[in-house]
Design a binder for this molecule. Sequence first.
Ligand code: C5P
Length: 207
Amino acid sequence: MVIAIDGPAGAGKSTVARAVAERLGFTYLDTGAMYRAVALAAAQRPGEEPARVAEQADITVGNRVTLDGRDVTDAIRGADVSAGASRVAADPGVRRALVAKQQAILREGDWVAEGRDIGSVVAPDAAVKVFLTASADERARRRAAELGLAPDQVLREQHARDRRDATADRTVLEPAPDAVPVDTTGLSLEDVVAQIEMLAVEAQELR
Ligand code: C5P
């Protein structure tokens, strides 16, 4: 079974998706980490098409993220990699390559997959689709606390990233029509996890 968790940067996807996976005994898939790994690889191979880099890169995501056998878990969290990831993610060839890799990963087993296009593109048949949101201020506040940065700076970068993520011909920020919207502003992690768990139980009963 696949539980798809999509939404904009800072909506709380990673925290929520990890917690849901742990609660249900599912495996967590962080698709953003794959775009980040491609951004890192592309920066190290100037002159090469990002789509080719994405096709050829050997990326594993789990507790650690590896790129061609190298541990890049920490390296992919930097601000330039965040900006680079949303740039390479605008390349349809990169998206095609990573969506194919993600679909292969999700083919078997029970997953909580987190991203922007899981419910709409990667796993349109997902048993549960959630679109997480939070107010822009709350999203920036959470990220700032996480990264130890000033909220204003994070808010500015977040606007830029949201704009890039929403650019023409990208459906990544559009919720799948059958996704359940969950606004996490003011909700505790426990509340959000409980809501998604309930959706998963209902989906399981319907199977
Ligand atoms: O979720 P995270 O912030 O790690 O994702 C990094 C970037 O990768 C996002 O800003 C977005 O541009 C891109 N992304 C995407 N589709 C996904 C996951 C991430 O376009 N499924």
